[in-house]
Design a protein around this ligand. Structure first.
Ligand SMILES: [Zn+2]
Ligand SMILES: [Zn+2]
Length: 288
């Protein structure tokens, strides 16, 4: 059984991804009512990004596997410096955590380097965050993210099994993080101590700074706590989108979104405006 999933890793991941998003999407829309036309238009735009991502993901995941095999064959990578190389479980767990840290750093870079932000902001322009937002990623960012993973795999010497585990965990957490349905506060607090929850990732999708630049974590929320980028915000105070890109016809049009990195005007260092609400400005200094 496990052998079958490993041999058909790409197909398994795609099916897992599509199945989980569809199921959650159906539940979300039973609970949260959006006008039918708007719901379909929104999901349609995001689904188109899944189609553009697919060929890029397939090519670069094959590159990732080839790099993983080479580094393993030649005993390369930071994994060889880990303290307990004799225990496979400890080594795999450390590799998993290291890959998640790389993911956190990658996400911060996407926000803070202006040319990268131009691509990443497309994900943030969604004004109705739900499970379909998970796949709303500009193809340029899909290429950058997948290429970064090839580099991490080489630097770390990550094994195929860990890459697969990490990919599966990232998929589950990414879908969960974008769920329109928040967790009950008590459950979210306990789970959010270690892991990313929808309640925490919704803060990242709030339309003004400093919240847009908080909660960068993929699977673990501990990186945000450690590096001072952790923030919380109640549902009623959360407004999805980007204050610099709130024009509904532009952010709801696939062609405009694909053109956005090449056309959008840049305000400030990263294209994000400064907080205008005094209470948010106070939070900005609190976040550091
Ligand atoms: Zn982001
Ligand atoms: Zn997101």
């Amino acid at each position: 059984m496990a052998e079958f999933f490993i041999r058909h890793a790409d197909a398994t991941q795609i099916l897992l991804f599509a199945g989980a998003i569809s199921l959650l999407w159906a539940i979300e829309h039973l609970v949260i009512s959006l006008p039918e036309g708007e719901k379909l238009r929104h999901t349609g735009v995001n689904a188109l990004f899944a189609l553009t991502a697919l060929p890029i993901e397939l090519v670069l995941s094959a590159a990732c596997l080839a790099v993983s095999r080479e580094t393993l064959d030649h005993g390369l990578g930071l994994v060889n410096l880990f303290p307990d190389p004799s225990s496979v479980w400890v080594r795999d767990a450390l590799m998993f955590v290291a890959l998640d840290l790389f993911d956190y750093l990658y996400h911060r870079l996407m926000h803070h380097v202006p040319p990268l932000w131009r691509f990443h902001l497309v994900h943030h322009t969604d004004q109705h965050v739900d499970s379909s937002t998970t796949v709303r990623e500009h193809p340029g960012e899909t290429a950058i993210r997948s290429a970064a993973l090839v580099v991490w795999t080489f630097l770390l010497g990550a094994s195929f099994e860990v890459l697969l585990m990490r990919q599966a965990a990232e998929t589950v957490f990414a879908i969960l993080a974008h769920s329109a349905l928040r967790m009950p506060p008590g459950v979210a607090r306990v789970m959010g101590f270690l892991f990313v929850t929808p309640n925490l990732h919704h803060v990242h999708h709030h339309n003004v700074l400093p919240y847009t630049d908080s909660n960068f974590g993929g699977v673990f929320s501990v990186w945000d706590r450690l590096f001072g980028t952790f923030a919380e915000l109640e549902a009623e105070d959360t407004v999805f989108g980007l204050d610099t890109h709130m024009e509904p016809t532009t952010v709801g049009d696939f062609g405009s979104l694909v053109a956005m990195p090449f056309a959008q005007p840049i305000t400030g260092a990263s294209g994000k405006s400064e907080p205008t609400n005094p209470s948010l400005a106070g939070a900005a200094s609190a976040l550091g």
